[in-house]
Write a protein of this length. Structure first.
Ligand code: AHM
Ligand code: MG
Length: 339
């Protein structure tokens, strides 16, 4: 008898099997499928590039005062529209919207809250470098009549699912429902996501770091010390040479770290008197931290675990240190020693 060729496992089949195993309920399963479908549409728009007339600025700004790209707005609309009518959601919140948006009255209301950064790394769109969609799913608190921003203010440990879709040379969906982190590659001919990496594992040790070095002069003392030691290489206290990569798309940098290890850092710097950092807790830091932890890595804000931060605002920012567990521990210890 010859070995049977392993049958490809589609996202749909994966989710049905997770349901049979009691790890996901029908509404959450539908939610993940709907988000995946929306990501396929975004992937098509991103892939058309200049041919689709979708490049360039939208001429508008988001709540944080950042200029929006046309594709930021398109991706946001695709996710809102796809998730409006399925009956699985109570409300959506997005990096690109001032406040959360409850599900329209015309449709049944579900029990979940969906948060997303519709197109992360969008400054890279016009130069044809990888971008992505990041999402996080929370439960809607019980007894809420009209969903408000405050209902989203739950720590990352309350997430029931998180993921991203990266629009790179291939389109990939990376997902966790709290039982490991799994990667699916979009088969463009079939139009379906196919499981290509089950139980991704971030190597515990690394020799690679990702940071925007142009901000070095603005960092606080522990960051200066930590990176000085990395740059000193094998002659320095770390005793090994480190390589650096910075794509300036968090999805792409995190995808590399999930694939081959590394540490990603977006620290607080002195340009920001609130000491908050650049990245958003609810749309970027929390979902990425859940994915990384589920793959055996670690994520802190330089002092404590990101997933345990009690959010005070929907658009709150936070310093981010995530990736290979041992390296995140070194960077975090360096900060704690200075406090
Ligand atoms: P965005 O959500 O507006 O695209 O901003 C977030 C992005 C991250 O993807 C990336 O890690 C970071 O900003 C890059 O920042 P910088 O331009 O300072 O290198
Ligand atoms: Mg972003």
């Amino acid at each position: 008898m010859t070995d049977a060729v392993a049958e490809p496992i589609s996202l749909t089949r994966f989710l049905i099997e997770e349901k049979r195993a009691g790890r996901i309920n029908p509404d959450l399963r539908l939610l993940v499928e709907v988000v995946a479908r929306a990501c396929k549409r975004i992937s098509v728009a991103v892939g058309k590039g200049a041919l689709g007339g979708v490049l360039g600025d939208a001429g508008t700004g988001n709540v944080q005062g950042e200029a929006q790209k046309k594709l930021d707005v398109i991706a946001n609309d695709v996710l809102l529209e796809a998730n409006a009518w399925g009956g699985h959601l109570a409300a959506c919140a997005s990096e690109e919207m001032d406040h959360c948006q409850p599900i329209p009255d015309a449709y049944p209301r579900g029990n979940y809250l969906l948060l997303f950064d519709p197109l992360d790394g969008s400054s890279n769109i016009d130069v044809n470098v990888g971008v992505g969609t990041i999402f996080s799913v929370l439960r809607c608190p019980e007894g809420v009549a009209t969903v408000a921003d405050a209902d989203f203010l739950q720590p990352g440990t309350s997430q029931v699912a998180a993921g991203y879709c990266i629009y790179g040379p291939s389109t990939m969906l990376v997902l966790t429902i709290g039982h490991g982190t799994h990667a699916f590659t979009l088969d463009r001919e079939q139009g379906s996501f196919v499981l290509t990496q089950k139980d991704m594992r971030v190597p515990e040790e690394t020799k690679e770091f990702a940071i925007n070095m142009s901000n070095q002069r603005h960092w606080e003392a522990p960051m200066q010390d930590y990176v000085r030691d990395l740059l000193a290489g094998r002659e320095g206290p770390r005793g090994k040479d480190f390589n650096m990569r910075w794509i300036a798309s968090m999805v792409a940098d995190v995808h590399r770290i999930l694939t081959r290890g590394g540490i990603f850092i977006y620290p607080w710097d002195r340009k920001d008197p609130t000491k908050a950092g650049k990245l958003r807790l609810m749309y970027e830091a929390n979902p990425m931290s859940m994915l990384i932890e589920q793959a055996g890595g670690a994520a802190t804000d330089g002092r404590g675990r990101i997933l345990e931060i009690a959010p005070a605002q929907l658009h709150q920012r936070v310093p981010v240190f995530l990736g290979s567990k041992a390296e995140v521990a070194v960077a975090t210890a360096c900060h704690r020693e200075h406090d």
